[in-house]
Design a protein around this ligand. Structure first.
Ligand code: HPA
Length: 251
């Protein structure tokens, strides 16, 4: 059965499970690219019908560079999803992106390497070049903006997401370079996820949860506290859920 109106939600660190989700079933899918990170969980979140996929697996064991992004996006599309909201934890580089804030990025710089990053590689499918000038869906970004307004959650609108390889965090010098490049946020999973969604014609947008000041920024001049990351993540994920619930009401 296809879930034509379901919103696909890809959960990241801190959102491997959605407790508020009323689970209606799950789908274990295989794809031409292998298995996705986990079975898709079908359920309701407020008024929204959703298909949830934990990017790092149900037990949070898949490192960012080992995630099968192609299988994940393919599975969501095969299940009938047209819109994908990617929830991703990030470090804040720009002072406007303080720890605890929720951001709706509008641009990407890709620093990752060695990942399977296209369906159109001339092997399984013919070579094709896609337009990626605006990497996130304007329509879905606007829906998320309205949902946040409805839920009374403050959203920082716009920002450049820099995707790094991980799983280690960055050096202060790497973040300095990214800041000079114009990156406002740093995370490990936005690419190739966003590009693959575009190749499949999916509406894709990201809710970026700032869980720490990036290396060498703010109070994190010497080190980043992983404990603090977990605490901030748990706190802001509550806002994320309120936005996702309102998404089904905002039209
Ligand atoms: N860097 C990269 N990815 C992240 C960070 C960070 O500081 N925080 C959360 N995800």
């Amino acid at each position: 059965m296809k879930d034509q109106n379901a919103i696909g939600i890809i959960g990241g660190s801190g959102l491997d499970r959605v407790e508020a989700l009323t689970i209606e079933g799950s789908k274990t899918l295989d794809t031409p690219y292998g298995a996705p990170s986990a079975p898709l969980i079908r359920g309701r979140l407020g008024n929204s019908s959703v298909l949830f996929l934990p990017r790092h697996g149900s037990d949070h064991s898949i490192a960012p560079h080992r995630i099968n992004y192609r299988a994940n996006l393919w599975a969501l599309q095969a299940a009938g999803v047209r819109e994908v909201v990617a929830v991703a934890t990030v470090g804040g580089i720009h002072p406007r992106m303080a720890a605890g804030s929720l951001v709706l990025p509008d641009q990407i710089i890709d620093y990752t390497w060695g990942r399977e990053s296209t369906y159109f590689d001339g092997l399984a499918q013919p070579l094709q070049h896609i337009d990626f000038t605006r990497p996130f869906s304007a329509v879905l970004r606007e829906r998320l903006r309205r949902a946040a307004e409805l839920a009374g959650v403050l959203l920082v609108e716009g920002g450049v997401y820099g995707a790094t390889q991980g799983p280690r965090l960055e050096t202060a010098a790497e973040i300095g370079r990214m800041a000079r490049d114009g990156a406002d946020l740093v995370g490990m999973t936005g690419m190739p996820e966003a590009a693959l969604a575009r190749e499949l014609g999916l509406e894709y947008a990201m809710l970026a949860v700032v869980v720490n000041a990036a290396a060498g920024c703010g109070d994190n001049l010497e080190a980043i506290s992983l404990q603090q990351i977990h605490e901030t993540s748990a706190r802001v994920m509550k806002d994320v859920l309120r936005v996702l619930m309102a998404l089904g009401e905002g039209g």
